[in-house]
Design a protein around this ligand. Structure first.
Ligand code: GLN
Length: 271
């Protein structure tokens, strides 16, 4: 669908096929809405913020400037996480930790696809958490989520000290090197910097998550993260500092870039 069609289906609250039937007829208020949307877009705002919605794993999620817009590549992480969690065949309810929940896309998709899990959904941004809560309640999964507005490092340290354990950790952390943010397309730069900025080399959050991950993961559990372009070698070297990780495996995205990493402590694991 073209951006214009997406704006029209949103304004008319109809499907694409219905646009042909409508024959381009808009009331004056619909025309005004359409012009406003086009003006916002021309001014560089991301299309999804203008529409107020985006599709993730077949679910319409509300999106706005409070959080990062879910990307199609992140569906690869979710598909892998679903497959691996289901293959654990546990009878008990599994505890999942989502570090940097953003709009709630990963957490909600996991809960919609797997019955026996509960998720601790962490974000440093109150705004992002408010949006994630709205999305969770619109999808009837909020009772299975414990939301926490915390800095990830502080949370991981506390959990490691208190012996709190998880079966699975998922994360799509900010991973753009700080110095490259100004080179991102105009619309991406409209997304919250806090959701993009991965520190000087983009690896800041991986260092934190990998350092503490093994300390709070069940030995049969796993850590699954989305990674940035070309970061796999550096991330592999970070994992190598912590010998408790026995198996590290990278998975490619639709264009052949290594996009997701899964780490396990259990050397028996075969991907
Ligand atoms: N995938 C986003 C982008 O490249 C970045 C998301 C992130 O930092 N986790 O625009």
């Amino acid at each position: 669908m073209t951006e214009n069609d997406l704006m029209l289906t949103s304004i008319l609250d109809c499907r694409r096929v219905d646009l042909a039937l409508n024959k381009g007829y808009l009331t004056s208020s619909q025309k005004l809405k359409c012009d406003l949307m086009k003006a916002r877009r021309a001014e560089g705002e991301p299309l999804q913020y203008i529409l107020g919605q985006c599709d993730f794993m077949g679910t319409a999620l509300s999106v706005d400037q409070r959080a990062l817009i879910p990307r199609p590549e992140t569906e690869i992480l979710v598909d892998l996480a679903i497959e691996k969690i289901k293959s654990m065949r546990e009878e008990k309810t599994l505890n999942v930790l989502d570090l940097g929940v953003g709009s709630g896309n990963i957490t909600i998709a996991l809960l919609k696809n797997i019955v026996n899990i509960t998720i601790t959904a962490l974000d440093i941004s109150d705004d992002a958490l408010a949006l994630a809560k709205e999305n969770a309640s619109a999808n009837y999964v909020e009772q299975k989520i414990q939301f926490s507005c915390r800095d990830m490092l502080a949370y991981l340290k506390d959990s490691a000290h208190s012996g709190k354990m998880f079966d699975v950790i998922v994360s799509n952390p900010p991973y753009i090197p700080a110095g490259l943010i100004h080179e991102l397309p105009e619309d991406v730069r409209r997304e919250p910097r806090i959701a993009l900025d991965g520190g000087e080399d983009g690896l800041r959050f991986y260092r934190t998550i990998i350092e503490y991950g093994w300390q709070i993961l069940d030995p049969k559990g796993f850590l699954i993260m989305e990674i940035g372009d070309g970061q796999h070698d550096a991330i592999e070297s970070i994992f190598a500092r912590y010998p408790r990780y026995a198996v590290i495996h990278f998975y490619k995205d639709y264009v052949g870039t290594k996009r997701v990493v899964i780490a396990r402590m259990d050397a028996q694991w075969k991907n």
